[in-house]
Design a protein around this ligand. Structure first.
Ligand SMILES: NC(=O)c1ccc[n+]([C@@H]2O[C@H](COP(=O)([O-])OP(=O)(O)OC[C@H]3O[C@@H](n4cnc5c(N)ncnc54)[C@H](OP(=O)(O)O)[C@@H]3O)[C@@H](O)[C@H]2O)c1
Length: 304
């Protein structure tokens, strides 16, 4: 019988991609979503609210692993209401899953949590897992998220948190909007261009989640990013090259602020800040990256 994996909040960009990856590997996949219960493309969707324990606990009992992707997207303007929802959706889902696993007769052997490298704030210093945390709202969210995730030990369930970088994939995430800008000849350097982008190809991201749930030696916190972060200047130049576009005018910070608030309805800091991270623990354990060169990764995603 296929082993069952629960993807909480798995209806989004990372969850849907991992679901397909797991199906190919022979797993049964169940997605917890606030949407309608349904069966779609070999995946069973079970309704939950991400806050209260409900009927869905029965799906977790006897499952092989739980992976949590739940969280309001950070791609929005940080109003008071949005900040609260960004924080609450993450803390509530972690806590309710913990509670649910605690109630199981046959708990899953692994609980894997999607976290974020944003915990390091805005820095050009090289950050491995032990680097100091930054400051600001996104950092506070990440700290509270990690604290909530590791608050309670589950005797039969291993906990792994993957601090994810800037994931590059075909269907969703930040690559599509950037490609749109480049195609409109607006793909110049953003702000100073010196802010780092710790990018990760979606195929490597999926493999990291697979290993996190399968490998019994994995536990605790891991930086989940490619080994070679690049600056925004390098990233935009690589994207323009792969899309056969020439030089584009840079977008200075004030213009980015204006464009982000007025047209894109998002937080300018998402583009103007960055971090230079290394996946030290994954490299130490011999993780084999499929994509370590940005230009090749972009070429593969855009042209194949
Ligand atoms: N994509 C990246 O590059 C990246 C980088 C770093 C960290 N991460 C983190 O990884 C996780 C997954 O990322 P993603 O790109 O797959 O995100 P996503 O596409 O926005 O999916 C997140 C899912 O969470 C659920 N959700 C949204 N708002 C919610 C709320 N208020 N309460 C409960 N559930 C809610 C939604 O599922 P339903 O509507 O079906 O309930 C949604 O499909 C997120 O926590 C994100 O912060 C992602």
């Amino acid at each position: 019988m296929a082993k069952k994996v629960i993807l909480a909040g798995g209806s989004g960009f990372l969850g849907r991609s991992l679901a397909e990856y797991l199906l190919v590997k022979g797993y049964e996949v169940v997605i917890f979503s606030r949407g309608q219960a349904r069966q779609e493309n070999g995946i069973r969707y079970v309704q939950w609210d991400g806050t209260h324990v409900g009927e869905w606990v029965r799906e977790i009992d006897g499952s092989y692993a739980v992976i949590n992707f739940t969280g309001k997207s950070v791609n929005c303007i940080y109003t008071k209401k949005n900040r609260e929802e960004i924080m609450r959706s993450r803390l509530d889902s972690v806590q309710v899953l913990d509670q649910a696993i605690g109630q199981c007769d046959h708990p899953p052997q692994a609980f894997v949590q999607a976290g974020s490298l944003a915990i390091f704030g805005d820095t050009t210093a090289l950050c491995d897992e032990d680097a100091p945390h930054g400051t600001g709202f996104s950092v506070e969210v990440c700290q509270a998220w990690e604290q909530a995730f590791f608050a309670q030990e589950l005797p039969a369930t291993r906990k792994v948190m993957l601090r994810i970088g800037f994931v590059l994939g075909k269907h969703g995430g930040a690559l599509e909007p950037l490609m749109k800008l480049v195609s409109l000849n607006l793909g110049g350097t953003v702000g100073s261009g010196r802010q780092y982008i710790s990018w990760l190809h979606i195929d490597d991201c999926n493999e990291m989640f697979l290993q996190a749930m399968e490998l019994s030696q994995m536990s605790g916190i891991y930086n989940a990013t490619s080994p070679a972060a690049v600056t925004n200047r390098e990233f935009m130049a690589a994207l323009r090259k792969v899309m056969n576009k020439g030089w584009s005018p840079p977008a200075p910070a004030p213009l980015v602020w204006l464009g982000a608030y007025l047209f894109l309805q998002t937080e300018p800091s998402l583009a103007l800040t960055g971090r230079n991270c290394v996946p030290k623990r994954l490299m130490d354990q011999g993780f084999r990256f499929q994509h370590t060169d940005l230009e090749n990764a972009l070429r593969e995603l855009i042209h194949s």
